[in-house]
Every structure is written in C-alpha cells, then in structure tokens.
Design a protein around this ligand. Sequence first.
Ligand code: NAD
Length: 421
Amino acid sequence: MKISIIGTGYIGSVTGACFAEMGHQIIFVGRDTKKLDLIKSGKSPIFEPGLDQLLLKNQERITTTTDIADAVRNTEITFIGVGTPPREDGSSDLSQIETVSHSIGKALRSDSKYHTIVAKSTVLPGTIEDLIIPILEKESGKKAFIDFGVASNPEFLKEGTAIEDFFKTDRVVIGAQDQKSRDLLEKLYKPLNVPIFKTTLRTSEMIKFASNAFLATKISFANEIGNLCKELGIDSYSVFEGVGLDTRINPKFFRTGIGFGGSCFPKDVCALIAHAKSKGITTKVLNSVMEINDDQPKRMIALLKKHINPKNRTIGVLGLAFKPDTDDIRKARAIPIINMLLKAGARVKVYDPVAMDNFRQQFPDLHYTSSASEVLTADAVLIVTEWKEFENLDYHGKLVIDGRRVEKARNEAAIYEGVCW
Ligand code: NAD
C-alpha cells in the first residue's frame, strides 16, 4: 500500500516506520526539513528504542516531503499524526488538525482516485464529523464517503516501547462509516494478527479518551490508597502487587509514586473534562484523578522538607523524562518538582540519560551533570524517573526521596523515603 503520514513526531515517525517494516511504501510529510532529512537518512527524529534501525532498514520504502498535496496524490491512504496539544484551559487545540485538513482537502480536489483520510491523532468524539469532514468537503468540493473516505484509528502505543507495542498491540480500533475505508484499514492491519475492533467514527474517538482516562484513574487510585498505606506503615507496592493479581483488575499501570506525566494522560484527561464541561456534564472522578496527580509531586517535596531545608542546599534530581526510555519531557513530573525546589531556594543538579537537551530548553539555568553518580554528591537526591541505570548507583550514606521505587536506593540509602511506601 502507498501511505502518507502527516506529522513526524512520536506517533507519525513510529507509525510510518512500522508500516514500512510491514512492506508498505511510506511518504512522510513534515514541516521541518531537518527532521525529514534525518528520516530520509535512516535516523529517528526522536529518541525511541529501535526506531533508528527500523528507518534505516526500510530506507528504500521511505520518502519524505513538505508538500501534503504531493503526498496525498501519490498515495491511497493518509494518516494524520499531528499534535493535539492542550490549551491553557485544558481543552484540545485542534489548529494543527485544521491546518492539515485544509491542505488535504485542496489536494483531494485534483485527486481522481478514492483516497482515505485517517485520524490517528487523538481527537475528541465528533472532531472527524464536525470539523475534519466539513473542511475536507469544502476544500475539495467533494462528498465524504462517496468521493473520498474518512476513518478514525487511534493509537495506543507507549513511548519507550512504541515499536513492540505497535506490532503486539492488544487491539486495533477502526472507526469508519464507509465500507471502502473500513476494508482498507482492516487489510492494512490484518497481518499483525491482533484483535481488530470495528466501530463508528465517534465511538472510536471516544475509545481512545476512555482508555487513557481509565489508565490515569488506575494510577491516581493507586496513589490515593498508597498515600494512606504510607501513613499506616504498609508497603503500597506489595498491596498493589496483591490487588493486581485479580484478573478483573490487572497489575499494569497500578504502581504508586509521583503520578503520571507525558504528552497523553494529562492532556487527554483534561481535554475530556473540558469537553464534558462544555456539554454541561460534571466529571467528578476525572477531576479527582487530576487533583491527586497534581498533589503527588508536592508530597515528594514535603517529604524532602521533613529531612532538610532545601534553601541554599544542593538537591539532586535523577531523571527528567516523563518515563524511562524516552526523551519526551511533556508534562514530566520533573517540571513541577524542579519548580518547587527552585521556589524553595535550592540549587538544583540534574541528570537524565537522554532528556537533558529537551529539558535545557525550558530550564537553561540548572546544573546539568554528565553522570548520574555526580547527582549523588548533592545534599539530597530525588528519584523522579525510573531509568534502569539508576538501579546500579551507590546510594550508601545518601538522603534519598524516591518517587519511583528504586530498590537499590531503598536498601542502601542512609535516609530513605518512598512517596507512598
Ligand atoms: P508530536 O508533537 O511529537 O508530533 C506532532 C508532529 O506534527 C510534529 O512533528 C509537528 O511538526 C507535526 N505537524 C504539525 N503540523 C503540521 C503540518 N501542518 N504539516 C506537517 N506536519 C505537521 O506529537 P505526538 O506525540 O506524535 O502526538 C501526535 C498525536 O498522537 C496527538 O494527538 C497525540 O495525542 C497522539 N498520541 C500520542 C502518543 C504518544 O505516545 N506520543 C500516543 C498515542 C496517541
């Protein structure tokens, strides 16, 4: 199949590389020629384990362009993978979706074949029908589902294990109204041999939000119980190991700590809350999910202050990325934690194996060290991301506040506090 991928960020680049690996011809469409040049030369524009190798291996099947029209005309299916960042009030900023829809619509005008446009970006229920289709129809002068197809195919992969998640996903969700687009997507994903769930456009859009909201709820629920466990002298890690053994519950995304960050959970839960509010619906559970999540970093600083006044002291931060194996710092827990440390008058020393360049753009004045062990020379150390290499440090004699349960630190540190254990 000939496939266009619009957007070369975390989702676009992984999706395109994985489709290429499946034997398809891919045209990546981006705005940044430097990123496109990287892709063209078989290098990933983002840090994602295995992505470089996949792009390099499939170079022959990959081309790049900045011209959406060119890509649409030369392919039969276009995946929209642009960003849907949060606005100040938590609602979804759909301007990137709007912009590319205008360009795709214009391209469709002179495209004589049946082309299918797929929203892979996370968009609120109704976005395809109420925003994307009207733009496509207006710009193309054509009718959706008659002259061109439109579908929803939300993505569920996790940064850090994105490629494995793509090929071994629990399910593929296809939202479609026209048979041609449904069949095309089914044919595309069939070789993965995973469950394919076919539904309507709106239901598919909602499945993505409901999934993220539920996983975020699991984490905040664990943290609420975890905070109580700490107070009662109970190890919340053991509690959730035990609870997770119940197959109705499942152990995944059920660990206590400083909460969730990243480009998806906070953004998508807030967008759902804002969307519900605009429809007059109050989201009591989701409001609490965000409230608990916002409080967990504050607990970390409160625990630190129990042992040391951070004013004019050097506090080390291990980990800046929102999770291990990514350089993504969007809504990372390190951001509120470091802001609180700076506000308290601390000197902040940080280390992350891959996310320091991204973090430096937001926090240029921190002390960025060249190794994790250098961070351990600080007066106290906060473990914010559970990178594997932090399991091999020597924590003897250190004051450690742990947000992610690093067992070696727990066993060795002179003074050790876990956020929920
Ligand atoms: P991102 O910011 O990393 O990538 C978006 C890309 O779109 C950027 O490279 C940007 O330059 C490009 N873009 C924007 N406007 C463009 C235009 N007019 N023409 C060409 N390119 C354009 O974002 P992301 O993390 O890849 O997320 C993309 C979407 O996928 C979002 O809706 C997100 O919610 C969803 N999603 C992300 C993840 C994840 O783990 N990152 C997982 C599932 C779903």
